[in-house]
Design a protein around this ligand. Sequence first.
Ligand code: PBG
Length: 326
Amino acid sequence: MFMNRPRRNRRNEVIRSMVRESQLLPAHLIAPLFVIEGKGQKVAINSMPGQFRFSIDELVKEAKALFDLGVKTVALFPAIEEKLKTPDAREAFNPEGLNARSIRAIKEALPEMMVMGDIALDPYSSDGHDGLVDSKTGEILNDPTLEVLAKQALCEARAGVDIIGPSDMMDGRVAYLRNALDKEGFHNVLIMSYCAKYASGFYGPFREALDSAPKKGDKKTYQMDPANSREALREAMLDEEEGADILMVKPGLPYLDVIYRLKENFTLPIAAYNVSGEYAMVKAAAQNGWIDNDKVILETLISFRRAGADIILTYFAKEAATLLRK
Ligand code: PBG
């Protein structure tokens, strides 16, 4: 009687690479980048070693470096000055604001680079919430928020954005934004909806980078309960019906099951957001010499691909693309 020997297919790198089921390429990656006012600024983010807040001139340089490495999409997150944050978050649709200027600068310098803009009010809101807040009850107001989000989306589209990423989790926003964009002739702007976005502890470093933590309360009335995955299917169904082009799951690693479920049940491409807290954990352990930085980065990213993610938003984009070159 012969014995089954799965190890034969692992004997050497030639056979291993022939039977490898998932591939990771720089083309799968989107690099999130933080932007600040000023010139020649590249300010380190404490809780995210290796990540910076860039002034627009430095941002363009970073985008060029990424493009040359094969990472051809960036997602922009502006750090808005405290004095510009208001309850109505009107800075979110200022055509001369930091966000619009950042988009324009990259599209001018690198027309082939795809630029993704975030849609949510938290960086612009004096309340630090993704939606408008009722000053009496503290409730996050859904429908009035949609109007502001649409203005934000149009502002980004006029600045030349290629993809909008609604990360606000208001109900009905995908359809609302699609209609607003189409009405102004922006039918080519893609919508990558943060369709399953969880109320997560893993966003801590991001909120430090943008100084955007909620002033009061938490985001549990709009972001999803980490205990749920059937609800992710419901959100995905709605976003698909409402016209989303790509469905995103966020955070990434703790929700690989959700990525897998969406991939099995939907035909739209799936994206995963490997968020700031996931990045911080790897960097902290690597800096202590407790794990191998390069191995863990590539293992993390391939796990998203194995689970079914077509696209990965990750702060490791530049490092990973550099590793993949070798
Ligand atoms: C805000 C937004 C957040 C992230 C992306 N867009 C934070 C939040 O919802 O509080 C988090 C990204 C990360 O942690 O890397 N709408």
